[in-house]
Write a protein that binds this ligand. Sequence first.
Ligand code: F6P
Length: 323
Amino acid sequence: MKKIGVFTSGGDAPGMNACIRAVVRTALKAGLEVYGIRRGYAGMIEGDIIPLDKYSVSNILQLGGTILRSARSREFRTEEGRARARAKLAEYGISHLVAIGGDGTFAGARVFLKEYPELSIVGVPGTIDNDLFGTDFTIGYDTAINTAMRAIDNIKDTANSHDRVFFVEVMGRDAGFIALRTAIATGAEAVLVPEARTDIAELVETLRWNYRHKKTSSIVIVAEGDDEGGAFDIAKKVKQQMPDCEYRVTILGHIQRGGSPTCQERVLATQLGMEAVNALLDGSSGIMVGQVCQKITYTPLEKAIKHHHPMDKTMLKMVSLLA
Ligand code: F6P
């Protein structure tokens, strides 16, 4: 192994740059040549590949987004697309890759490895959703929940001033981890997540109880993948049963994906980036490096994307218990 390629793919996440920096500098220290593949699998297919030296990653640790940019490639889902990507890697003499991304990125890496087993790929969990098995936290999650928390703190000020119910939708695709943590951290009155069935009648009862007990403003955090729909749908359903409810809806959206990574994020991203290169140097492939109980772990890509780590039901109950 003389050359290594690194890329970010899928939704960008704060901390990806810190991880790229760690990958590049660890690999250079080990005497490897490092290439950055821009725009994920799309850039791999097109040969959008650039050499990286120590200084290409200077002063990026604190930046959100990804200097290598990102994409969701349709073409890589086809056999022809993957063959083109393989050919481009061969042109550059790259056979070892660090893939920073989420389940889509790892699903792509698995198929690629099945077709071209001579390649070696190690994954690093990079997604704000925290929906991968084999790591307590994914890169991007901590920053995203802090961003969401601050936004909801602001919403609480206006909710209190106007005696309103706010339905705040957070990201997470089909996982409720962002919703759960921000609900606890902001003292929300309710949280709706895909991992637990949503009962609108029960939610209405909670809000009514609040009114009866002189709590005239409430925050309901809705994970975007909730079984009863997004925040607008839920608000409408509540309004049907509670016509006197004065409500507003806020979709936090992509502000959760940006911003400077938190300290915890930068440290995690740096550790995982370094360990990904070490794993490749040790001859590993088809695995994701993660961190469980502060220890570095290695999980087969297949397992990392097939299972979520389970949602902590006690934490879920905590929201209604303390509201
Ligand atoms: O996976 C990260 C994520 O931000 C999800 O939370 C969200 O559902 C999705 O990406 C949004 O994707 P896009 O930026 O392509 O709209």
